[in-house]
Design a protein around this ligand. Structure first.
Ligand code: ATP
Ligand code: MG
Length: 241
């Protein structure tokens, strides 16, 4: 469960990148975070993960406040940032063992989990190479694997499908489903409306820092025409705002 209460953030005076946002992402659900470029999705995600501090409001992850108890809160989630270009000089295998060390994953568990995750993302063959030599999608996958090694209860993913090939995207969606079926939570931003429509239990739509809508696809349709596509609804919602 992730809970944001009245969260605001400005980078420059008078312009709110995130404006009084309240949102609860319950356990057992996949929640998609949608909005145009510059809407405030990454800023929100960076505040949830403790990378940025909000100007006001509070954020808790499974009841732990990210600002008051950052370490405890950070143990609860796995985070994949929007740009996977980091630790480029490490080999894949070194990066995974670094991540496992940080989260204190015991040796026998880390071996088993990384083997399984690498198998699902078809990354076994690349682990001995430097991340610098990876394609964008491969970098995305190694960061994903690293973020999931400690089996976090909450997944927070900023545009995780970008650059993934269809098989890997399918594997990730399947894993998201399995994760929430075991009572955990997934919160991810995306521009791919078809994915949001098919995969998510709920979607949150943000524009200019303000939450425009939060609910199930059925809730959305109840507000609009019954057989309207999410694409049309999205265009309409973000145009009038
Ligand atoms: N480091 C920064 N310094 C100043 N302004 C910033 C910074 N990061 C983001 N912004 C501004 O905050 C607003 C929200 O940006 P944010 O990156 O959160 O959008 P987003 O919804 O993730 O967009 P995208 O879909 O393009 O990833 C934008 O107006 C952006 O210009
Ligand atoms: Mg972004």
């Amino acid at each position: 469960m992730i809970e944001l209460v009245n969260v605001s953030k400005s980078y420059k005076v008078g312009v709110k990148a995130v404006d009084n946002l309240s949102l609860a992402i319950p356990s057992g659900e996949i929640v998609g975070f949608l909005g145009p470029n510059g809407a405030g999705k990454t800023t929100t995600i960076k505040m949830i993960t403790g990378i940025l501090n909000p100007d006001s409001g509070s954020i808790t992850i499974n009841g732990t406040d990210i600002r008051q108890e950052p370490l405890r809160a950070k143990q609860q989630f796995g985070y994949v940032p929007d740009s996977p270009d980091m630790f480029l000089r490490l080999k894949g295998v070194e990066y995974l063992s670094f991540m496992a060390d940080i989260y204190g994953v015991p040796g026998y568990i880390r071996k088993e989990r990384s083997r399984e995750l690498c198998r699902r993302f078809e990354m076994e063959g690349a682990l001995g190479d430097a991340i610098q030599s990876y394609s964008h999608g491969m970098r995305q996958k190694i960061v994903l694997i690293g973020a999931l090694l400690h089996d976090p209860k909450v997944w927070i993913l900023d545009e995780p499908m970008t650059g993934l090939d269809p098989r890997s995207a399918f594997a990730l969606k399947e894993m998201m489903r399995e994760h929430v079926q075991s009572g955990k939570a997934v919160f991810f931003s995306t521009h791919v409306l078809e994915v949001a429509e098919k995969l998510c239990d709920k979607v949150a739509i943000i524009n200019k820092g303000r939450l425009q809508f939060y609910g199930t696809m059925q809730d959305i349709r109840a507000h609009f025409a019954e057989n309207e596509s999410l694409e049309n609804i999205f265009l309409e919602m973000t145009e009038h705002a």
